[in-house]
Design a protein around this ligand. Structure first.
Ligand code: APR
Length: 240
């Protein structure tokens, strides 16, 4: 595929999914050997799972913290951080990922719509901000409590809960003239709708990943390939 030109008036919105961290050694969700093959969503990632067995939920996310801490950003994360350095406030990154590999590669203008592994928040949603929490728990007794008395739960958006900062996301999509979506299967909403919202406001839309996502028809270009190989060198940024 030829390079994607970014003109001086363009604004870029990037959406990433688990596929961008695959080359860092973190499993995706829906691959045949992915996270949802070995763990049932209804046991580890729903409000009901938390009610029923909070330890099973913490056990799952503790294991993901452990894997995330060992992983390193790959050339795809680095390429997006570099693009941000060149575009400044004309760049915005929204990730569905809860790992911190984008930050560790240098991204700053980013939002984690499905939460962050490195934080916890009160199970009672008492209004206090999420707290830093990178602990790898070995039992539920080790998990702290909020000053209000509620147990701390992973700062993860469970299935059935509202993704974070949707107003900000919608605002950024509306301003974008180019949307780049990387490594997501297009099976979870509302993220799978972002490409449609971008098309409504006239943006070019590009998908990057080894196979077409479920919503592939909505993209103006689908670049088939691994993100770590495809993203570095993919953009031609026009200088003002
Ligand atoms: N580079 C780019 N994409 C890749 C790579 C790679 N090296 N390897 C795999 N992929 C692609 C796969 O082709 C697949 O389309 O990554 C995608 C991963 O899809 P999913 O496992 O469904 O992950 P994602 O789309 O991020 O899931 C969305 O679902 O379970 C929830 O909250 C969780 O944020 C997650 C959401």
């Amino acid at each position: 595929m030829s390079k994607i030109s970014i003109a001086t008036e363009d604004r870029v919105f990037v959406l990433t999914g688990a596929g961008i961290s695959a080359e860092s050694g973190l499993p995706t969700f829906r691959a045949s050997d992915g996270l949802w093959a070995g763990n049932r969503i209804e046991d580890v990632c729903t409000p009901e799972a938390w009610e029923r067995n909070p330890w099973r939920v913490w056990e799952f996310y503790s294991a993901r913290r452990e894997a995330g801490a060992k992983a390193q950003p790959n050339p795809a994360h680095v390429a997006l951080a570099e693009l941000e350095r060149r575009l400044g406030e004309r760049f915005f990154l929204c990730t569905q990922n809860v790992d911190d590999l984008h930050e560790r590669a240098g991204s700053r203008r980013l939002l984690h719509m499905h939460g962050e592994l490195s934080k916890a928040h009160c199970e009672d949603n008492c209004g206090r901000a999420p707290v830093e929490d990178r602990a790898i728990y070995r039992s539920l007794d080790e998990v702290g409590r909020c000053p209000c008395g509620g147990r701390l739960r992973p700062h993860i958006v469970f299935f059935g809960e509202m993704p974070l900062e949707m107003d900000r996301i919608q605002e950024e999509i509306q301003k974008a003239t180019l949307m780049v979506v990387v490594g997501t299967s297009g099976s979870v909403y509302p993220a799978a709708n972002f490409v449609h919202w971008a098309r409504l406001s006239g943006a070019r839309t590009v998908y990057v990943g080894p196979e077409p996502p479920l919503n592939a028809a909505a993209f103006t270009h689908v670049a088939e390939g691994n993100a770590g190989e495809a993203l570095p060198g993919m953009f031609h940024v026009e200088q003002s």
